[in-house]
Design a protein around this ligand. Structure first.
Ligand code: XIL
Length: 320
């Protein structure tokens, strides 16, 4: 069964600071999350800087609340993330640790966080954005790769598997939707990990798309090649952003094209047997990360700021 998911914005950290934490305070938004989706991904609440703010301190409150909400509503939860170059706390990035200490820190973190939600979070994005656009490992930016070498990837998968033997463990990245240097690097890595008996179960494609970049028609073929390795696949963070005109409102042509892109992405996933999750990175433009991250861009989700459905919503419904 294909899970239809959404990233959950707020508590604590959320993008649009003009509003109170949506997950706690916006009833209409909660209702939308509960009724339109069968899977949830904490947008920020399981990232290192949020969940592990000090060496000996974990902050599980927000993630616990999302997991409880998902349980009430019979939804799955995707865990996001364990190894990443971004949103790490200063104590980690600027700490003066030996290699052995760093290894211990990562192992404890994975054991603690994954173990806490064993049986509740059944998919984890273990390694996020580890390759750059040329298909090289991000060895400079990523503290784990830089200090401990590429073998740490396999270790992270093994530790996560020990902590939650039932959970499916994923690689995940953006810009790897089509067949290109980055997805080739993942395709090779996945085969190497499988050959070494590492517990890896899936490849996640974020799919932060933008109308100005064009839609890559090789998406389905790319999903299929990972599927052929025996891996699950997933669309993990889909949004379709656009350059907004002066008025700040998208044009009808942009809105129509966006609807096509959402449904084309879903079609590709539906066509590939092991594509098990289709997750949107935001369920309303009001809380989307896009306007805060890409200047002049927006309107990236299927719901307007007033939580009205856009043509993208209907296009998705028709494709399902
Ligand atoms: C973004 C969140 O949406 C923002 O709220 C946060 O400020 C930055 O991160 N790839 C990922 C996600 O794997 O974790 C990112 O989420 C978007 C890009």
């Amino acid at each position: 069964d294909l899970e239809i998911g959404a990233a959950v914005a707020g508590g604590g950290h959320h993008q649009n600071q003009d509003y109170p934490p949506p997950f706690y305070e916006d009833e209409e938004y909660r209702e939308l999350l509960a009724t339109e989706f069968t899977s949830l991904t904490p947008e920020n609440q399981l990232k290192w800087d949020f969940v592990h703010p000090a060496p000996d301190e974990y902050n599980f409150e927000a993630a616990d609340d999302i997991v409880a909400f998902a349980e009430e509503n019979g939804q799955d939860v995707r865990g996001h993330v364990l190894i990443w170059h971004s949103q790490n706390p200063a104590w980690l990035e600027e700490g003066d640790y030996t290699d052995a200490e760093l290894r211990g820190i990562l192992r404890d973190h994975i054991t603690t966080v994954v173990g806490r939600y064993a049986g509740q979070i059944d998919q984890w994005e273990v390694a996020n954005e580890i390759f750059d656009g040329s298909g090289n490992l991000r060895t400079e930016e990523n503290i784990w790769l830089r200090e401990l070498g590429p073998g740490i990837i396999a270790d992270a998968f093994r530790w996560a598997h020990e902590a939650a033997p039932e959970a499916e463990l994923f690689l995940n990245d953006y810009g790897a939707e089509g067949i290109n240097a980055k997805s080739d690097a993942y395709y090779q890595l996945a085969q190497d990990l499988l050959a070494d008996g590492v517990p890896i179960h899936g490849m996640g494609l974020q799919a932060h798309l933008g109308l100005m970049y064009g839609f890559d028609p090789s998406l389905q073929e790319n999903l299929q090649r990972f599927d052929d390795l025996g891996l699950a696949t997933a669309i993990t963070e889909l949004d379709v952003r656009m350059e907004l005109p002066e008025s700040g409102e998208p044009t009808p042509a942009q809105i129509a094209e966006q609807a096509e892109w959402f449904s084309s992405t879903l079609e590709a996933c539906v066509a590939v047997e092991g594509c098990q999750s289709f997750t949107l990175w935001g369920a309303s433009d009001l809380y989307s990360w896009v306007p805060h991250t890409f200047e002049g861009q927006g309107s990236a989700t299927p719901w307007t700021e007033d939580l009205e459905r856009k043509p993208a919503y209907c296009a998705l419904q028709q494709t399902l």
